[in-house]
Design a protein around this ligand. Structure first.
Ligand SMILES: *Cc1c(COP(=O)(O)O)cnc(C)c1O
Length: 459
């Protein structure tokens, strides 16, 4: 038998092999994701209505369901070269420790100061804002990775950056805040007194520790009230999935170099951007009938949008000022339990992924946070990387699949997205190490209560 080609621990691409265009998965979808609706009229939002909120080029990308490849501008490709290509790692040590016949690979996106994949879209969004001649951008951040990535991109391009940071994270992660400030961003804990919607939320829920939905409302208000500013979002939107396709394209090029075809592709799902990006070229093949893969979204049991949410139009924010998106949602008033430490706290899910899930092209599973941290610890001790809690959802599911292979003796190839590092999540790790972490699973009544408040739309 011919000797099997030895797969290196890390498969890198040369600069020439790096993708020159993003891949727009929507072009290959027979059923397109439902359009964003104007909450006032219930009609699909036009480019004219979106341009006061988002940069012009990004509005085009958001609404483009047909162009399969969109060129990555040279300036963005040059910036990507500072931290890309990211390695595709063969998890030999993990396989050995698990004693599994499965072959496990992970695409590691944590090799940049922001510590996550978010920089892939942050630089793109900041680039288009700069190109439009804007002064700056506003955004929200939860755990802080997106705010950090955006402040890095804005610093590079000389744009002002205003970040509304969910209050509980602002207090729990003071060092994240300092990183953002070092890159020149201003960081405000949300909800705040600086916006109308923030004051309204504070009056209604005094002492609230905030949510991503609140912070989005504040950031949108500031962008629309200040000339020369636009709002940017780090997940959920079609444009973000488009930019994140660089993850999947690199993964596919790396696997193809060695003739490897994955059986299972796994990613954690908050708003769906890393997962949408990782799976993009593979899902494209699946949609075109060229190949088949099992694709698994992994979400926290405490915020289970896919597995227990409703597929309906909903607001992306708590203040109900944003467009309506059709997605799997727990309701925009759903706030995950305060004891949930693992990120992925958004109440909804990308409409592209929601449609694909609805049409049966992918699966979803939910995992409890103590199991997630157990997987994180195991991974840190075997592969050496301290993973972000978000990423550890994917690790948990990958280990579960690898253990199934051990039982059946199947040599499946598993690829998962390792979206980032956990250096700023040490309060959560501390809880886990001290044995103080518990699981909270919302009751059916809790979910029903927030779903009952979904906006009524005839769509
Ligand atoms: C933001 C984030 C996620 C979740 O966001 P998606 O849009 O679902 O990808 C996952 N992992 C890390 C490290 C993050 O920063």
């Amino acid at each position: 038998m011919a000797e099997e080609q030895k797969i290196p621990y890390k498969i890198y691409l040369t600069e020439d092999e790096m993708p020159k265009a993003w891949y727009n998965l929507r072009a290959d979808m027979k059923v397109k994701p439902a359009p964003l609706l104007n909450p006032g009229t219930g009609q699909p939002l036009t480019a004219e209505e979106l341009t006061p909120i988002f940069c012009e080029e990004l509005v085009k990308q958001e609404l483009d369901n047909d162009t399969p490849f969109i060129e990555i501008p040279q300036e963005i490709r040059d910036f990507y070269k500072m931290f890309r290509p990211s390695p595709l790692v063969r998890a030999y040590c993990l396989e050995e420790k698990l004693q599994t016949p499965a072959k496990i690979y992970y695409k590691f996106e944590g090799n940049n100061t922001s510590g996550s994949h978010k920089l892939n879209s942050a630089i793109a969004q900041a680039y288009y804002a700069k190109k439009q001649g804007l002064k700056g951008v506003t955004t929200e951040t939860g755990a802080g990775q997106w705010g950090t990535a955006l402040s890095m991109a804005c610093a590079y391009l000389g744009l002002d950056c205003k970040v509304y940071m969910v209050k509980v994270s602002y207090e729990q992660k003071p060092f994240r805040r300092e990183v953002m400030r070092t890159y020149g961003a201003s960081v405000v804990p949300s909800p705040s007194e600086t916006t109308e919607v923030g004051r309204k939320i504070l009056a209604e829920f005094p002492g609230t520790t905030g949510s991503l939905g609140c912070a989005i409302s504040e950031a949108v208000e500031v962008a629309t009230k200040n000339p020369g500013y636009r709002y940017v979002l780090g997940s959920v939107l079609n444009q973000v999935l488009l930019h994140q396709s660089v993850i999947g394209l690199e993964t596919k090029i790396a696997l193809d170099k060695y003739g490897i075809k994955p059986d299972i592709i796994i990613g954690c799902a908050g708003g769906g951007s890393n997962l949408g990006g990782l799976i993009a070229p593979f899902m494209g093949q699946k949609l075109r009938g060229e190949a088949d893969y099992r694709i698994i979204a992994v979400e926290p049991a405490s915020c289970p949008s896919f597995t227990r949410g409703t597929f309906a139009y909903d607001f992306c924010d708590t203040g109900m000022i944003c467009p309506l998106a059709k997605m799997y949602t727990l309701g925009s008033s759903f706030i995950p339990s305060a004891n949930h430490a693992g990120g992925l706290r958004f109440h909804g899910m990308s409409s592209t992924l929601s449609q694909l899930y609805h049409d049966g092209y992918m699966e979803a599973t939910s995992v409890e946070q103590t199991d997630v941290f157990e997987a994180a610890e195991f991974f840190a001790r075997t592969e050496g990387i301290l993973p972000a809690p978000e990423s550890s959802h994917a690790i948990r599911a990958a280990i579960n699949e690898a253990n199934k292979c051990k039982e059946t003796g199947e040599e499946k190839t598993i690829v998962f997205g390792l979206t980032g590092t956990g250096y700023f999540d040490l309060v959560a790790y501390q809880k886990y190490n001290d044995g103080e972490m518990s699981d909270y699973i919302p009751t059916d009544e809790e979910i029903a209560a927030s779903v009952a408040k979904l906006p009524k739309v005839n769509a």
